[in-house]
Design a protein around this ligand. Structure first.
Ligand code: IMP
Length: 424
């Protein structure tokens, strides 16, 4: 069975751990979008492993991990991540890590532009500053440089020359920036090319062959539906399709290669970066939940904004992705709360909206309509069976499942692989 794991909120839903658990049962793990803006930590036997680009399935010996063509890859970050994982004893080689030759490459001018554009905007997005948006801009403007190009020095140098000519001219005039040295970037990237080359392949043919052989595939989503460039809180989104649509354009496999979608949502909501967030805590509750949940970004270390579970958004995300199985993470973070709220609708100008409004101005000023639940006020972190969860927690989860229209298959109650409650 081929499954996709997607985030149903603004990223950081704890997908990494779920992907790690589900990876044990598949042969191939493939990432289809984003770059090193993503970040998750997997804790295995008490040891923390940090992932930004490499699929976390690499922790399972014998699996093939693929970085798909829909990704944008910063080779420096990638080589650093490979070195780190290897230094922690992870077996990582061209045998188990495959990089799409047609994935796009992030250059220093992308990172620079990310910063320049943020500074000029009247409403900042709060990007990770990794050059993700500008790299996708070049991809769609047909001036991007792909991983395969790096391995073909003549082609690479001519594309780089075009790119630098264009960037230097624009950056000088618009941002007063001195300009990039073509020679330095060429030298730097040709040295990365040598190190990355053994991992680079035609992942589309590879994936089709593996699929035809009956191997099972896990599609690893980064970020979440509300950061999807089409379906999220535009423009406060990332520049790729984090939801299931991105799988097909980002791997080359067709829709019929996907059997099931697992959606992951936190028992509350978090967001990093700017943008509207109706259920955000406006009081000391934000600090408490941030502390209990360790809500600091894995990539940038920024404190995450925290708020109540927004069932209207998660229902929307479930629909967009056709989620069958819902995984709720970090339930234990709510253990100490007397009362827990869930957003079930929005009020705007005295009228109730029953669905997510695309108009960012409207979404920025809606007032959440809450349903209150009694907290369970006990430690759930050691519980492993759904029947053993406190009655109040079952009620909370049962309501969420019914409202969003997906059955809950797993509840996570801690950061270790073993800290899960399997449902049904
Ligand atoms: P970018 O992807 O760096 O362009 O950032 C755009 C928005 O997406 C910012 O609000 C980031 O904080 C957010 N973002 C990007 N990647 C992640 C992620 O993996 N988790 C959570 N937020 C993210």
């Amino acid at each position: 069975m081929n499954i996709a794991v997607v985030g149903l909120q603004w990223g950081d839903e704890g997908k990494g751990k779920i992907i790690d658990i589900l990876s044990a049962g598949v042969d191939v793990i493939v990432r289809y979008q984003g770059g090193n803006n993503a970040g998750h930590t997997v804790v295995k036997n008490g040891v923390k492993y940090a992932f930004h680009l490499v699929p976390s399935g690499i922790l399972h010996p014998g699996k093939i991990c693929v970085m798909g063509n829909g990704m944008v890859i910063d080779p420096l970050a990638l080589l650093h991540e490979i070195d780190e994982l290897r230094s922690q004893g992870v077996e990582l080689s061209p045998k188990n890590l495959k990089i799409a030759e047609n994935a796009h490459v992030i250059f220093p001018y992308h990172r620079k532009l990310d910063g320049f554009r943020e500074r000029l905007r009247s409403n900042r997005i709060g990007t990770t500053g990794r050059g993700i948006g500008p790299c996708y801009m070049d991809k769609y403007a047909r001036s991007g440089i792909r991983v395969g190009d790096l391995l073909n020095p003549d082609l690479f140098l001519s594309k780089l020359a075009d790119s630098i000519r264009e960037k230097n001219s624009i950056y000088r005039q618009v941002f007063g920036y001195d300009g990039f040295s073509e020679e330095e970037i060429a030298k730097e990237y040709l040295s990365y090319a040598q190190k990355v080359a053994p991992f680079v392949t035609d992942t589309i043919t590879l994936l089709h062959n593996l699929w035809q052989e009956g191997k099972s595939i896990l599609f690893e989503g980064a970020q979440g539906v509300m950061l999807d460039v089409d379906f999220g809180t535009y423009p406060y989104v990332t520049s790729s399709n984090a939801s299931v649509g991105g799988i097909f354009s980002g791997t080359g496999l067709p829709p019929k290669a996907l059997d099931k979608v697992v959606g992951v949502a936190k028992a509350y909501t978090t967001r990093v970066g700017e943008g509207p967030f109706p259920t955000e805590f406006r009081d000391e509750m934000g600090d408490k939940v941030r502390e209990w949940g360790g809500e600091f970004g894995t990539t940038t270390g920024r404190p995450r904004r925290c708020g109540w579970f927004d069932a209207v958004l998660v229902r929307y995300a479930v629909r967009i992705n056709g989620v069958e199985d819902l995984v709720i993470t970090k339930l234990d973070v709510l253990d100490k709360l007397e009362t827990i709220k869930v957003c079930v609708g929005y009020e705007y100008n005295g009228q109730e909206l029953s669905s997510y409004p695309f108009d960012i101005k409207v979404f920025s000023s809606v007032i959440p309509v809450y349903k209150e639940f009694k907290g369970w006020m006990c430690d759930t972190s050691k519980i492993r069976r759904f029947v053993d969860l406190p009655k109040e927690a079952k009620e909370y989860l049962g309501f969420i499942s019914e409202f969003v229209g997906a059955k809950i298959s797993m509840v996570s109650v801690g950061s270790d692989r073993e800290d899960v409650v399997l449902v049904g």
